[in-house]
Design a protein around this ligand. Structure first.
Ligand SMILES: Cc1cc2nc3c(=O)[nH]c(=O)nc-3n(C[C@H](O)[C@H](O)[C@H](O)COP(=O)(O)O)c2cc1C
Length: 382
């Protein structure tokens, strides 16, 4: 089995622990907590915490990933990148391969239906400096599934295996797979296909136990995650509805998953990651504004001013909601024509944020970005 490694399991647990059967690594029977600060591995890549930031299309830009690492995520992931887009040297697609020094360890996720094209895309991802190549077998969106990619692969195990095999043989980096439970509601396909994908070379599996049909409705059924953990000898990451420390703890303890993945709860809310890692307290308004402005500035650098202006609009509500600012404030920001105006308005609402931002910017490592040999337009001129 390529790149796979057996995680240490029940050995650390007292014999009387109710979790001995599941073998929850790092479970402390006195505190009844799993230690999220424990490191673990995918292949030979060390992941410093048991919290993973989810790949999210239209969200997981570099600023999001760097922020995730600062707030406790041990592993971050790019959004899904089209292997066809990479093959055609599409400028926007190539831009997804821009990796900063402080993102590592980082997985870049690719999707496609053709093993050879996926292998070629994986080579490009490896050259770009990623630590892990993740394969998307979970995307439920029709535009993707109708091409035979994403969650559709779960219904075509031979193709799914061929893709994992081709990618694993094309690169030195470990390969991971992210999947849903299956296409139809109630499907258990993930339990059949998961072990096969490990045999084909997957060094880790992430399960979002909703069907593709469900999209994001209903609940993620993590009893399937527990079943999958029992079936494979590679680390399993549990994705779906991890919104608090209590939920993270209960999913880790009841499934035996190596790590939890957080998606929607972290949108405009890195403090959710900090809370899951065990820190208490809500952010001040100054902290919220400073993180938002930093996020805006970094996104402008990555996408260019024009693309960033539209892209950022959804983030205003995510950052300023949750009772942090009055609702009309977000409406006001969305209507402003330029990002300079948005910044000015934000600082007017929380003047102390300037000092917090200064500190944050001072602490950011500079330079060392992997700049591929690509046209400058990809970088928005920055
Ligand atoms: C806006 C959005 C975009 C997403 N894009 C991706 C993606 O590109 N690749 C992927 O594997 N999963 C994607 N997902 C699924 C998430 O990674 C995650 O599995 C799912 O949201 C469940 O976790 P959560 O309840 O913590 O959000 C996306 C989810 C959302 C909400």
């Amino acid at each position: 089995m390529r790149g796979a490694q057996a995680p240490s399991r029940a050995s650390m647990l007292p014999a009387a622990s109710p979790y001995v059967k599941l073998g929850i690594r790092g479970y402390d029977s006195a505190s009844m907590q799993v230690d999220l600060n424990e490191s673990w591995r995918i292949g030979d890549v060390e992941i410093p915490s048991r919290l993973v930031l989810a790949p999210m299309a239209g969200v997981s830009v570099q600023a999001f990933r760097r922020q995730g690492r600062r707030y406790g995520a041990g592993l971050v992931c790019s959004e899904m990148v089209s292997c066809a887009g990479l093959a055609h040297q599409n400028e926007r697609t190539l831009g997804y391969l821009r990796i900063a020094a402080d993102e590592h360890p980082l997985a870049v996720q690719i999707f496609g239906a053709e093993p050879a094209a996926m292998a070629e895309a994986a080579r490009m991802v490896e050259d770009a400096g990623a630590d892990i190549v993740d394969i998307n077998f979970g995307c439920p969106v029709r535009k993707v599934t109708k091409t035979g990619a994403g969650a559709y692969c779960l219904e075509d195990p031979a193709r799914a295996r061929a893709i994992v095999d081709a990618v694993a043989n094309a690169i030195v980096l470990p390969v991971s797979v992210k999947m849903r439970r299956g296409l139809a509601n109630g499907s258990r396909t993930c339990l059949e296909i998961g072990p096969q994908l490990v045999e084909s070379g997957a060094a880790s599996l992430t399960l979002h136990p909703r069907s593709a049909k469900q999209m994001y409705t209903g609940e993620a059924d993590h009893s399937l995650t527990a079943e999958l953990v029992e079936l494979v000898d590679v680390p399993v990451i549990a994705s779906g509805d991890i919104v608090s420390r209590a939920k993270a703890q209960s999913v880790l303890a009841t499934t035996g998953a190596e790590a939890v993945m957080v998606g929607r709860a972290a949108q405009g809310n890195p403090w959710a990651l900090r809370q899951i890692m065990g820190e208490k307290g809500e952010p001040s308004r100054e902290e919220v504004v400073a993180e938002l402005v930093l996020f805006m500035r970094e996104t402008v650098r990555e996408l260019g001013e024009q693309r960033a202006t539209g892209f950022l609009k959804k983030f205003y509500g995510w950052y300023l909601g949750r009772g942090r600012f009055p609702r009309p404030f977000k409406q006001e920001l969305v209507q402003l024509a330029t990002l300079d105006e948005v910044e000015r308005r934000l600082f007017a609402a929380a003047p102390g944020a300037r000092f917090v931002l200064e500190r944050l910017e001072d602490e950011m490592p500079q330079g060392d970005e992997v700049l591929l040999d690509l046209p400058i337009s990809i970088y928005g001129g920055g």
